[in-house]
Design a protein around this ligand. Structure first.
Ligand code: GDG
Length: 469
């Protein structure tokens, strides 16, 4: 029987579901996050399929339906998880694309596995795409896929969206696979980036590194020797704003927010950090600033508390074990110096929570502290703005993509600890009168530019891209 085909195929490293145990049985549960919601809204209208890894190494489970989406698992062996995912994607690309906050490593074996897995994704997509279908590829793990797919299926429209920054050419050049990565992306018709600066970095890399390949760049379009054109532009991602605001307003979430504050002894100032435990997120810098403020007596642990949620991430990689150790050592020291019995200065939570609990934390926090050293966008900043009332404040790093949109945040350079301390103090001390117009302006921004708007804009840009000669 011929395989069923689809008008829209989404490809991402991971499927939008996780395998979990429920009542002694193993079942699929939808993973949290705006991307899944956004794709659901466009896929339901368009008969869509999603291809990705299930999260478990070995044989792929059979394709299945979930929430109106056709899900098609792609197999990864244990060696491929090590070499393509942990190695090339997170040991080579992730550091280079985030300003080399930790050194990048390069291994030829990793690169070979990346090629192999990207080719497999392309083959699966080629088999599922209907004639003239749209294939939307996501993120840095799949940069070779557009070229492989175009070779197999020149009739489909191919778009790619980068969730993380695209680095300046001086850093990108370090990658031994640099030409292959650019050629891979140039198989697409449209490339979406978080910020204009990211698209510009990509265009500059093509201009500088592919000149010998008869590739020319005019404006935001790259033209290959065979006449195929690829457009690169900014399409900043967002959140399901209405859903977050609605959830935050429910009695259950409001009550839980009040309870959280009560449990902490009703502090005058409740600060909050929510991050994947990643060295890009600037958690150490944030803790250092707060530790100094407490030590100098500019903040008092009796009336100021910090909750830091650090969701476990990439725990098999040494750089992630190191950041975890650093963060936990610092939290321990801060509490050792400033906590009272039953009243920690920093409540550190190294696990993940349901959406409702996250919303309650956003509602409860007087000041949200988001201090990445580099971040593609940072959705947490947008979620806080959508969930909290007018009497809140957002401290936001200039190095998060969100800083280009949330201009009324208290912006800071997390490398500059002295100024970051001042900025945190300003946000804490701001009056309701100063806070309200800032919060309202930022909320308007995320209401107008929500994730549904993002997905629709990406698909419109992809449909309008010049593409084939
Ligand atoms: C990449 C880019 C870009 C976190 N802990 C829990 C939980 N979360 C949710 C947050 C937020 C999401 O996960 C994290 O998104 P971020 O944008 O903050 O960061 P990355 O994971 O690094 O994402 C980033 C993003 O892609 C999208 O393009 O913005 O720059 O690095 O939604 O709320 N959700 C739940 N429990 C948790 O414990 N339910």
């Amino acid at each position: 029987m011929p395989q069923e085909t689809f008008d829209l195929v989404v490809a991402a490293n991971r499927l939008p579901v996780d395998r979990v145990r429920e009542g002694g049985r193993s079942v699929w549960r939808r993973s949290p996050g705006g991307l899944v919601t956004a794709m659901e809204s466009v896929m339901n209208d368009r008969d869509g399929a999603w291809i990705g890894w299930s999260g478990v190494a070995g044989k792929a489970p059979a394709p299945f339906e979930q929430d109106g989406m056709h899900l098609h698992p792609v197999a990864l062996s244990a060696e491929e998880v090590r070499d393509y995912y942990e190695g090339f994607s997170n040991g080579s690309l992730w550091p280079i694309y985030h300003d080399v906050i930790v050194p990048a490593s390069f291994k030829r074996r990793w690169q070979a596995a990346y090629e192999q897995v990207n080719r497999r994704f392309a083959e699966v997509a080629a088999g599922l795409a209907a004639p003239g279908a749209t294939v939307w590829v996501h993120d840095y793990q799949l940069q070779r896929m557009p070229q492989f797919l175009r070779e197999l299926r020149p009739d489909v429209r191919i778009g790619w969206f980068n969730h993380i920054p695209f680095p300046p050419v001086e850093l990108f050049m370090q990658l031994p696979a640099r030409d292959a990565l650019l050629q891979g992306l140039l198989g697409a018709d449209f490339l979406g980036f978080q910020r204009r600066a990211d698209a510009q970095n990509f265009l500059r890399a093509c201009r500088q590194l592919l000149a010998d390949e008869q590739v020319s760049v005019r404006g935001d379009v790259v033209r290959m020797a065979n006449g195929h054109e690829t457009r690169a532009a900014a399409v900043p991602i967002s959140i399901d704003t209405a859903a977050m605001t609605e959830l935050a307003a429910t009695t259950a979430v409001q009550d839980r927010a009040a309870e959280i504050r009560r449990q902490l002894g009703n502090p005058t100032h409740l600060l909050l950090g929510v991050d994947r435990l990643d060295y890009t997120k600037g958690i150490r810098h944030r803790l250092k600033a707060i530790e100094e403020l407490l030590r100098e007596g500019q903040l008092a642990a009796t009336d100021t508390k910090l909750i830091q949620v650090a969701t476990p991430s990439r725990e098999r990689l040494a750089a992630y074990q190191q950041i975890r150790d650093d963060v936990e050592l610092t939290v321990g020291r801060i509490n050792g110096d400033h906590a009272h019995i039953g009243a920690p200065a920093v409540t550190y939570l190294h696990r993940s929570f349901p959406r409702e609990e996250m919303a309650a934390l956003f509602v409860a926090a007087d000041v949200m502290v988001v201090t990445p050293l580099r971040d593609g966008m940072n959705l947490v900043a947008k979620e806080y703005v959508a969930a909290h009332d007018d009497d809140g404040a957002l401290v936001l790093s200039e190095f998060a993509g969100a800083a280009t949109e949330l201009k009324q945040a208290y912006l800071c350079n997390p490398h500059d600890i002295a100024r970051t301390k001042q900025t945190i103090l300003r946000a804490i001390e701001a009056t309701a009168f100063e806070r309200a117009p800032r919060m309202r302006a930022m909320r308007r921004q995320v209401q107008r530019h929500d994730v549904q708007h993002w997905a629709a804009r990406f698909l419109a840009d992809l449909a309008a891209a010049p593409g084939q000669p």
